[in-house]
Write a protein that binds this ligand. Structure first.
Ligand SMILES: *Cc1c(COP(=O)(O)O)cnc(C)c1O
Length: 375
């Protein structure tokens, strides 16, 4: 038997500690991608891993209709951490599932079917979430997907106003597009999205699967604009490496969500890990640290890379470096010659999503490595 979906990288990772991972020969790598933002607190985080281990000793799994303490504590922690009045939560196992649920809930609560999504947006790969994802390469082999999805240019309030009407169930967007190349939306755009959806009676869904969990310098990216959506989805870093997604919804959606379920929803072990992750992020004010180091890192990147970078974009520790050549070759060189792991976001963007606990010394090391790899 062999896996066929992922092509394997030539590095076997055996151990992790904070912002660093080690391969089977003991070589140290600086992990500036956090495996797609999945370990905001760093690898092998003591509080998270202990919470999970203790939960395994007591009870690995029971289905979500039985209350368990770990899940109840997670609900309480999320209620405090959630933006605005989003105090109802659906727990699932991934970002795509969180978005799938968001789209279903919005259709049910509004009684409408049309969904407006953004060009270059990414929302996952199940049939529904995939239908709201922009890239044809991800969609074409699997069509037809769910219908009634209209794509509008991102960060363009007029185009959004033209697309949303009385038949619109939901507008789904990322506050900063991740996969699409690290493109932040203006606060005015998010504000107008709020007004436009309010007026049409449509649900505003913010996909914070990548931007959430403190990555952009606040726990949720939407806090920076003050715009509260009707539905906020998150996953990736939510349980610091354990698989969990969440769909946070306003009362009017929760009241008429239809019928939905999933066997592994809110299992005790992932709930314990997520609770420890969210409470550590909040109690240690990790988002502020991400804001500071992120600003430092972006400043250093601009200074050191100079003309070699077309643009350095992003907020906090969600950073895109647009370069003048293919990103994949630079990423390979970064990994093999400089022991720095990073990610692409499209053809010419090097994406940095390090653990949020990364320090300025590690930031300097990345800037030096990237500078050499690009030269
Ligand atoms: C990664 C991602 C998803 C999909 O999450 P999975 O856990 O891979 O299913 C959805 N939306 C955004 C913005 C993402 O970055």
């Amino acid at each position: 038997m062999s896996g066929f979906v992922f092509s394997e990288k030539p590095i076997q990772i055996e151990r992790g500690d904070g912002a660093v991972v080690y391969d089977d020969a003991g070589t140290e790598y600086l992990d500036m991608g956090a495996s797609y933002a999945c370990v905001p607190l760093g690898h092998s985080h003591e509080a998270v891993d202990t919470a999970a281990k203790e939960q395994i000793d007591d009870l690995t799994y029971v289905q979500a209709s039985y209350p368990v303490e770990a899940r109840t504590r997670l609900y309480d922690t999320l209620a405090v951490a959630a933006p605005g009045d989003l105090e109802n939560v659906w727990l699932c196992n991934s970002g795509t599932e969180a978005n799938e649920a968001a789209l279903k809930f919005a259709r049910s609560a509004t009684g409408d079917s049309k969904i407006v999504a953004t060009m270059q947006g990414f929302h996952g790969r199940t049939m529904g979430a995939l239908a709201t994802t922009w890239k044809d390469k991800y969609k074409k082999p699997y069509e037809p997907l769910i219908g009634d999805v209209e794509f509008v240019p991102y960060d363009d309030s007029e185009a959004l106003a033209d697309a949303v009407d009385d038949e619109t169930a939901a507008v789904i967007m990322e506050p900063i597009q991740g996969e699409g190349g690290i493109h932040p939306a203006s606060a005015e755009y998010l504000e107008s999205a709020r007004e436009i959806t309010d007026e049409a009676g449509a649900a505003l869904i913010f996909d914070e699967v990548q931007t959430g969990m403190g990555r952009t310098g606040t726990l949720w990216a939407c806090e920076q604009s003050g715009v509260v959506p009707d539905v906020l989805t998150t996953a990736k870093g939510l349980a610091n490496g354990f698989p969990m997604g969440a769909t946070l919804v306003a009362d009017w959606i929760a009241e008429d969500y239809g019928s939905h379920a999933s066997t592994f929803s809110g299992g005790p072990v992932v709930s314990a890990a997520a609770e420890a992750t969210v409470s550590t992020l909040v109690e240690d004010d990790i988002p502020s640290h991400a804001a500071d180091v992120g600003q430092y890192l972006r400043g250093q990147l601009r200074e050191e890379l100079g003309d070699n970078a077309r643009e350095v974009r992003g907020e906090g520790l969600m950073i895109g470096v647009e370069i003048k050549r293919g990103a994949n070759r630079v990423l390979k060189e970064l990994a093999m010659d400089h022991q720095v792991l990073a990610l692409p976001a499209g053809r010419t963007v090097v994406r940095l999503l390090p653990p949020l606990i990364v320090d300025e010394g590690q930031a300097d090391a990345v800037v030096a490595a990237l500078s050499e790899a690009i030269d």
